[in-house]
Design a protein around this ligand. Structure first.
Ligand SMILES: O=c1[nH]c(=O)c2ncn([C@@H]3O[C@H](COP(=O)(O)OP(=O)(O)OP(=O)(O)O)[C@@H](O)[C@H]3O)c2[nH]1
Ligand SMILES: [Mg+2]
Length: 203
């Protein structure tokens, strides 16, 4: 099986990419397999900029093709926050629980019909000496008043996925992969994968 590297240290993303790439015939490696590699500072002002930054930095370092994911939750009533700061919304320690609690608290007085939100995912594919390729995907939802379900990661327990009529964390991995922002972005990449991945295997 060919190998594809995803420049992430997020275990939740790693699991999802492993499942999504398997049927395409690729084994996924992530930065969890390269513990010596330091975090790339996310200094961009958009998801796309951060995805490009992560993909290009790691592709240069490993001298091979790398895919990076920058994603997050944008809540209308919070003017798009937490947005690109989703991972660290409640502090540098990156706690999913604390992040969700902060959002729930900020939305306490927001009525049900004003709780619209969407997940956004930018995927960047970078190869040394080649132009970086970028796609994105979204997933529409509403912010619940309490946590529901135990699948997934991040804000999944407080995100009601409109397309499925359930909290994201109540969806099995297969169900989440039918509608998620990450899966929607990856689908746009699929047709390009053969050419992007040509020669991208292990050196
Ligand atoms: O409920 C969720 N379901 C998802 O499917 C999802 N995708 C992203 N997120 C949130 O957005 C941050 C990404 O920030 P991010 O792209 O910088 O990643 P990260 O810092 O966690 O890891 P890395 O990939 O940068 O190493 C994550 O931590 C989560 O809080 C999600 N939450
Ligand atoms: Mg990050």
């Amino acid at each position: 099986m060919s190998e594809v590297i995803i420049a992430t240290k997020n275990q939740g993303k790693a699991k999802e990419f492993t499942r999504m790439f398997q049927p395409l015939g690729f084994e996924v490696k992530t930065l969890l397999d390269f513990p010596e590699i330091k975090d790339v500072e996310e200094t961009g002002t958009t998801f796309e900029e951060n995805a490009i930054l992560k993909a290009e930095t790691i592709a240069r370092l490993l001298d091979r093709m790398v895919i990076a994911d920058d994603s997050g939750l944008a809540i209308d009533a919070l003017e798009g926050r937490p947005g690109i700061y989703s991972a660290r919304y409640a502090g540098e320690e990156k706690s999913d629980e604390a992040n969700m609690n902060k959002v729930l608290e900020e939305l306490t007085d927001v009525p049900d019909n004003e709780r619209k939100a969407r997940f956004f995912c930018a995927l960047a594919v970078a190869s040394p000496g080649k132009e970086t390729f970028i796609v994105s995907g979204t997933c529409e939802g509403l912010i619940l008043r309490e946590k529901r379900g135990s699948y997934g990661f991040g804000y999944d327990p407080i995100f009601f996925a409109i397309e499925k009529g359930k909290a994201m964390a109540e969806l099995t991995p297969e169900e989440k992969a039918q509608i998620s922002h990450r899966a929607n972005a990856l689908r746009k990449l699929e047709s390009e994968l053969p050419s992007l991945l040509a020669g991208a295997g292990k050196k």
